[in-house]
Design a protein around this ligand. Structure first.
Ligand code: SF4
Length: 89
């Protein structure tokens, strides 16, 4: 992780054009993600605590399809190893 401590609450977003439905996110963080009937992942709740499972799901996604944002400020949050350009929500 870079950029300081994680916010306490995060808002996750799945880029469904990238997601291939591999389900790794739902496997490591079943409280946070589910693969829907279209074979794409989606967050299970709008705001989630910044848990180790959520961070692991983001880092394990083979398509780098999951982005997380500070639930308070809406700012993008970079996680360790995440080299994608930062985009707005
Ligand atoms: S790990 Fe990534 S590609 Fe796989 S279902 Fe989750 S968001 Fe989609």
């Amino acid at each position: 992780m870079s950029g300081g401590p994680l916010p306490a609450a995060l808002r996750a977003r799945v880029d469904r054009t990238r997601c291939v439905g591999a389900g790794m996110c739902a496997g490591v963080a079943p409280e946070e993600f589910e693969v829907d009937g279209h074979g794409k992942s989606r967050p299970r709740r709008p705001v989630a605590p910044a848990s180790a499972d959520l961070v692991e799901a983001v880092s394990l996604c083979p398509m780098e399809a999951i982005a997380v944002f500070d639930a308070g400020s809406g700012r993008p949050v970079r996680l360790w190893g995440d080299e994608r350009p930062v985009e707005g929500p």
